[in-house]
Design a protein around this ligand. Structure first.
Ligand code: ADP
Length: 390
């Protein structure tokens, strides 16, 4: 039997998974997802080359929980990867709270502690933990390892960890947790290997996907991030608002008579690029559109990123590199170009040809600050953490 590591990311309507060979540094074998839990569920699996190897509609109403989804995933894995033994399961868990600054074995007391964090991440934490319970039932002998989106940021300086609210709220855990930590951790590990000089310096990573955030990193450690208490803060995203004056929320409550769930829906699902454009949350659609509102949405997106670059360069006390990652960061050359336009005052100069090709380095040879395009790989980061328990 070959030893493999499974990674799971269980959400409200989907379970994403990846299977890694665990001999040495984990190598991807299969990656897939069950989508549509509770409605018309389907399963898709791709191989390491990105080719779809299974696409299956699942019986209507058959998949109503992460446990059902995992049973389906196990069946398909036994077909596609026979003679393998799952030796550890790595879970993506959105919130590790104040205490967890790295991966952790998910035993009963730890799970109880993580359950208590549900009020901090009500849309994600319960589903993440339901995935842990399902995986424990499916693989009772394999260690379940929790990998947190918050862990990478836990040692930020206090000034970036807090809000200027009465101190007791900080003590209760109302802090700036930052998210996308597994992505940043992966980028840092790649830089350490491929660009050690820049790794040791001041780096801004822009993770631009459906969710978007930026992180200021010095010597491989998170110093500041744009996401705060929740995954709403900072940059505008596909459907999330980004930075918002809390007075707007008070106005929604008092003057518009909106309730908490209605406000939540607006801030998470109806805002950002979708809200501004009235068209789509999808960057490709917005880039292809001639619509004025779509252009405005892109203007705002670029403006906020540029503003954060200035702020983060100041926080870092100088800049050595910028890394673009995530679906937009890796692919949207026009967005990268607009973000870096006229930034020579900061030592940034882009090479247009390299940028058009999404090359790994898109700065010119003259640029004092190096600009990288680095595909992120959160699943690999989780698999590496989980394989530490083999
Ligand atoms: P998630 O946060 O869901 O993981 P991704 O990192 O996959 O999201 O990013 C999705 C975003 O990337 C979408 O807005 C999509 O339009 C954008 N994107 C993907 N490919 C391209 C491309 N070739 N050009 C421009 N944008 C792209």
């Amino acid at each position: 039997m070959r030893q493999v590591v499974l990674t799971l990311n269980a959400g409200s309507s989907s379970v994403k998974f990846a299977l890694f060979d665990a001999d040495g540094d984990p190598t991807l074998e299969l990656v897939g997802r069950v989508e549509g839990i509770g409605s018309d569920a389907w399963l898709r699996v791709k191989n390491a080359q990105g080719e779809t190897v299974v696409r299956r509609d699942l019986d209507e109403g058959a998949i109503t929980s992460p446990t059902d989804a995992l049973a389906t995933i196990m069946t398909v894995l036994s077909e596609l990867a026979p003679d393998t033994e799952v030796r550890a399961v790595g879970h993506r868990i959105v919130h590790g709270g104040v205490d967890y600054d790295g991966p952790v074995l998910l035993d009963a007391p730890t799970i109880a502690k993580l359950e208590a964090l549900t009020p901090f991440a009500p849309l994600h934490q319960p589903h993440n933990l339901a995935g842990v319970v399902a995986a424990h039932e499916a693989f009772p002998d394999a260690p379940q390892i929790g990998c947190f989106d918050t862990a990478f940021h836990r040692h930020q300086p206090w000034v970036n960890d807090t809000f200027a609210l009465p101190r007791r709220l900080y003590d209760e855990g109302v802090r700036r947790f930052g998210f996308h930590g597994l992505s940043y951790e992966y980028i840092v590990s790649q830089m350490k290997r491929d660009a050690p000089y820049h790794h040791d310096g001041g780096v801004i990573v822009a993770h631009l996907g459906n969710g978007a955030s930026m992180c200021a990193i010095r010597g491989g450690l998170s110093v500041a991030s744009t996401m705060g208490f929740s995954a709403l803060d900072g940059l505008p995203m596909g459907t999330r608002c980004g930075q918002l004056d809390p007075g707007v929320v008070l106005y929604m409550m008092d003057q518009l008579q909106m309730g908490p769930r209605e406000i939540e829906h607006m801030l998470y699902k109806e805002s950002g690029l979708k809200g501004l454009s009235g068209l789509s949350n999808d960057m490709r659609e917005l880039l292809a559109s001639n619509d004025r509102a779509a252009k405005h949405a892109l203007d705002y997106f670029v403006f906020r990123i540029r503003r954060e670059i200035g702020a983060m360069a100041a926080v870092l006390g100088g800049l050595d590199a910028i890394v673009f990652t995530g679906g937009i960061g890796e692919n949207a050359d026009i967005i990268r170009e607009r973000v870096c336009d006229d930034m020579d005052w900061l030592g940034l100069e882009m090479d247009e040809d390299r940028n058009r090709l999404n090359a790994p380095i898109v700065s010119s040879d003259r640029s004092r600050v190096r600009i990288f395009v680095t595909p992120t790989n959160e699943e690999l980061m989780i698999a590496r953490h989980a394989s530490g328990w083999l």
